[in-house]
Design a protein around this ligand. Structure first.
Ligand SMILES: C/C(=C\C(=O)SCCNC(=O)CCNC(=O)[C@H](O)C(C)(C)COP(=O)(O)OP(=O)(O)OC[C@H]1O[C@@H](n2cnc3c(N)ncnc32)[C@H](O)[C@@H]1OP(=O)(O)O)C(=O)O
Length: 280
């Protein structure tokens, strides 16, 4: 491990506290077209909505060209320029409750260099624990990937979507700019690929604005919550290819006995994000 280029970042920690105010949950509900008046102090926060809290606190002067906090603080100073959210694995042990102080403890678990079809990749695995009243409510393992500039990413050509299995729940999403903007604002995520079209296209080589991986994950889990009242005990997702604001994409959920298999299908029918939600 001594010759690991970022050895001193392994085990690095970060703690963020939050009052879990109701206003933020109500704003998230508005973004998701859900009634916002049900979020009172004491209400359980829906699974994945913890991403609307524990916001990054880097001063404006400490942002990089891509809008993220400069690397070399909590996140290692990886030189590959293109940051993406690659995936996450979560266990929901008990709900966080709105209006009560909570804490998120982060720890760098692993930093792995890989070689992919798109070129050099570095994955940073971050463990997060969300606590309230000193009880662990959520465990999360996030994968953030940094990749080299590489070739421009082509837009998928819209085509007929594959037939969905019987019993599947589906929803079409039109990723309009105001939706992407509101998700960036709610997560205080200034990554320019999500709202700055010239930057996304000219600097990072995407064909349009990039849909946040966590937004697609939230929309998938909301599709599940819309169809079942069973508690959600876990959620795993992995982004396989980016989605863009250029055309509608489809969410598909196939319920099983103990889990729901989920995918977000790009306009050409390929799977952009695969996920699963565990049911209690
Ligand atoms: C928020 C936020 C940012 C965002 O939300 S960005 C938008 C959401 N994220 C995405 O759209 C990412 C979609 N994924 C991709 O574009 C590609 O999967 C990626 C990450 C560029 C890698 O593609 P490659 O074709 O270069 O990689 P390979 O398929 O050849 O695989 C090479 C090895 O990497 C492993 N791997 C690939 N993808 C993932 C993944 N998503 N999670 C974990 N590991 C992954 C793959 O298994 C191979 O590993 P081996 O050990 O088998 O070599 C914000 O910034 O905050």
């Amino acid at each position: 491990m001594e010759d690991h280029p970022f050895a001193s970042w392994l085990g690095r920690t970060e703690t963020v506290e939050d009052e879990l105010g109701a206003t933020q949950a109500r704003a998230a509900a508005a973004m998701l077209d859900l009634p916002s008046n049900s979020f009172e102090p004491g209400t359980p926060l829906p699974p994945l909505w913890q991403w609307f809290y524990f916001l990054p606190q880097a001063p404006q002067a400490h942002l990089s060209i891509d809008g993220h906090p400069q690397r070399g603080g909590f996140m290692p100073p990886i030189e590959l320029p293109r940051r993406m959210f690659a995936g996450s694995r979560l266990r929901f042990l008990q709900p966080l409750r709105i209006g009560q102080p909570a804490r998120r403890e982060g720890r760098i678990r692993a930093i792995n260099q890989k070689s992919g079809r798109s070129g050099k990749l570095v994955f940073v695995t971050v463990d997060y624990t969300y606590l309230q009243n000193e009880q662990c409510c959520i465990e999360e393992q996030q994968e953030i990937v940094y990749r080299e500039p590489g070739a421009p990413v082509p837009a998928p050509t819209p085509s007929e979507l594959p037939a969905v299995p019987e019993g599947a729940w589906t929803r079409m999403i039109t990723p309009e700019t105001p939706l992407l903007f509101r998700f960036s604002a709610l997560t205080f995520n200034a990554h320019r690929i999500h709202y700055d079209r010239p930057y996304a296209m000219e600097a990072e080589g995407y064909p349009g604005l990039v849909v946040h991986g966590p937004l697609t994950a939230v929309l998938l889990l909301e599709l599940v919550r819309q169809h079942t009242t069973r508690p959600i005990t876990s959620f795993n997702f992995r982004g396989q290819a980016p989605l863009f604001d250029l055309a509608p994409f489809r969410l598909v959920a196939l319920p099983g006995d103990t889990e729901v298999a989920l995918e977000a299908q790009a306009p050409d029918g390929s799977v952009a994000l695969r996920a699963s939600a565990g049911l209690g």
